[in-house]
Design a protein. Structure first.
Length: 585
């Protein structure tokens, strides 16, 4: 097993990662659909009752003991009559899992861990994180309590300060969100005692069936599957009203490979392609075109639906308005188009992520058909943290692209495949990674360095002139963020900017001798004079020597691109320096 398990349980238990597979049934007749709907309605009613009983924070200690909650619900008479006891047990367990997901979602969206990291240090930070690992303690903090920790050396006053901080931020997060409730009665969970499966040989082929418990005693519902697959463990039945089919969701345990021993790899997520690594290799090149096509299609369709909707409001009650509402403003085709679009993006993103984890041309190896060598998988995958992205982008077009991006699902796929390939992942701070020059002797940070997908260092102090792809630059800087003691995952972007500017100032002083003017001394061998700072070497500028542009990524560099940015245009930094010189004069 891989020693770097990316999955951990809040209570410290080892959790084996699983993936869910949807097994479609054949179209069901009206009688079976009615029976499944009746069963789903009874299950939803029971689950909603359990959800309401778990709403008080004093009940959250049961979220870590689902069997204890089941026994409590039975003692309080919350179990519905006329329903199978085992099915009601599944509704109780499902309600507890729903509350756990709700709490974890609020912790993620409120960015409480980042706020703790910025506010506290040492044992106080350790104590705050330990409180968030227990749902019982989270509920206690929301009620104004102070959990105790014997193994963490914090005073009573420090614990109270931490809990008051957590109380304010957690209360704001949970008050802004609605408690989970059941709104759609279309799915239910079953354990192995509530269903059975078998395969029949008939007509020269194999046919699989799943028999589930019915809404009445001694009644079973037989669901014919469209294929033959392994069905075991707890399953979930989801009814699709569109085409009359149902889906059986089965969770399979993921078998890990041997630990990856290849070189480390850093990637930068993008909307033009799925990702780009530090070597400049682009994964999922067709992703941007597909994303833009889907975005433009949604825009045009949405504008057309908006105009038709305005007509129906203008002529409300008329025959024309009724005809438009019936034939042009339905959601059936719209949902089908959305499913096809998302499936296309999943296909491209899935192939790209498999190539990142398993190596080029290893999609068949990922399925176990060919032996996968550990040296073909990276020993560590470093990626940027995108959990903080919120709000609108700079333009409406970019906002539409980002809304269709499905970055959360792409990151989830990365976690699953990295777990299977035993290549641990690590998120780092992504602030200014695409605006910072990756040259170790430069590191100049400015928004003018990036223009679209191109990067061109606009350093006005000496001739750096680094050029390349902006995504590759970001991946190179993401690689350097791993192990950076000053720039941590939760460091604010303003603090990151200050640290990067301070580092660049030290490099500038090492070149100028503290005068602020670059020196151009020449060594005995004819190379520019240099000053060494750690492992980075800062080279002086030699005006008489023609400058050679850096190798470009994805194409050659034209003569205009190879010119110095100091000579071709007045950057914002150059104008600021000239203004300071005029004032000093």
């Amino acid at each position: 097993m891989c020693p770097h398990d990316p999955v951990s349980h809040p209570y410290g238990m080892v959790v084996v990662m699983k993936r869910t597979v949807r097994l479609a049934t054949l179209p069901l007749n009206e009688g079976k659909r009615a029976s499944v709907r009746e069963l789903a309605a009874a299950y939803a009613q029971a689950k909603d009752r359990f959800l309401r009983s778990l709403a008080p924070t004093a009940m959250w200690h049961y979220l870590g003991d689902k069997r204890g909650f089941r026994d409590w619900a039975k003692s309080k008479g919350l179990y519905p009559s006329g329903m199978s006891v085992h099915l009601a047990d599944q509704a109780a367990f499902d309600a507890a899992d729903t509350w756990v997901r709700h709490i974890e979602a609020q912790l993620a969206t409120s960015e409480i861990k980042a706020k703790i990291w910025r506010r506290f240090e040492g044992e106080s930070r350790h104590y705050a994180y330990s409180v968030l690992k227990s749902y019982r303690d989270i509920g206690l903090v929301l009620r104004g309590g102070v959990p105790d920790r014997e193994k963490i050396r914090v005073t009573r006053a420090e614990r109270e300060a931490v809990c008051w901080f957590l109380h304010r931020h957690l209360r704001a997060a949970f008050d802004a969100a609605r408690n989970p409730r059941v709104h759609l009665a279309r799915s239910f969970s079953l354990d192995e005692t509530l269903y059975s499966t078998w395969v029949e040989e008939r007509g020269g082929g194999r046919h699989q069936y799943v028999s589930i418990v019915g809404p009445k005693a001694q009644h079973r519902i037989v669901l014919p599957l469209a294929g033959v697959s392994k069905v075991e463990g707890n399953v979930r039945i989801v009814l699709e009203e569109g085409d009359g089919r149902a889906f059986v969701h089965v969770a399979y345990s993921i078998v890990q490979m041997k630990e990856g021993s290849g070189p480390r790899k850093s990637i930068d997520w993008g909307v033009t392609e799925v990702a780009t690594d530090q070597q400049g290799h682009r994964y999922g090149i067709g992703y941007g075109k597909a994303l833009e096509k889907i975005s433009e299609s949604n825009k045009s369709k949405g504008q057309g639906r908006g105009k038709l909707g305005a007509l129906t409001k203008k002529d409300a009650g008329s025959k024309r308005a009724r005809h438009i509402a019936r034939h042009n403003l339905g959601t059936k085709k719209q949902k089908a188009r959305l499913r096809r679009s998302r499936a296309q993006l999943r296909t491209i993103a899935g192939a790209a992520i498999k190539e990142i984890v398993y190596g080029s041309g290893n999609r068949t190896r990922a399925r176990g058909r060919v032996t996968q060598a550990p040296s073909q998988r990276p020993r560590l995958i470093i990626h940027e943290d995108l959990s903080h992205l919120r709000g609108k982008a700079k333009s409406k077009k970019l906002s539409r692209l980002c809304s269709t991006w499905m970055r959360a699902e792409t990151e989830g796929r990365m976690v699953v495949h990295a777990y299977r390939g035993c290549s641990p992942t690590k998120a780092v701070n992504a602030a200014y990674t695409s605006q910072t020059c990756p040259e170790p002797s430069c590191g100049y940070v400015h928004a003018d360095n990036r223009s679209g997908d191109r990067f061109h260092c606009r350093n006005p102090y000496w001739d750096c002139n680094w050029q390349g792809g902006a995504d590759q630059v970001a991946a190179m800087n993401i690689m350097s963020r791993d192990g950076d003691r000053e720039i941590a995952l939760y460091t604010k972007h303003t603090e990151v900017k200050r640290i990067l500017d301070e580092r660049f100032r030290h490099r500038l002083e090492s070149r100028t001798g503290g005068t602020g003017v670059p020196t151009n001394g020449t060594a005995s061998d004819g190379d520019p004079a240099c000053a060494v700072e750690g492992e980075a070497t800062a080279h002086g500028r030699t005006p008489s020597r023609p400058r050679r542009p850096r190798s470009d990524v994805g194409g050659a560099i034209s003569d205009t691109d190879s010119q110095s940015p100091v000579h071709t245009e007045r950057t914002g930094e150059t104008q600021r320096l000239e203004s300071e010189k005029k004032r000093s004069a």
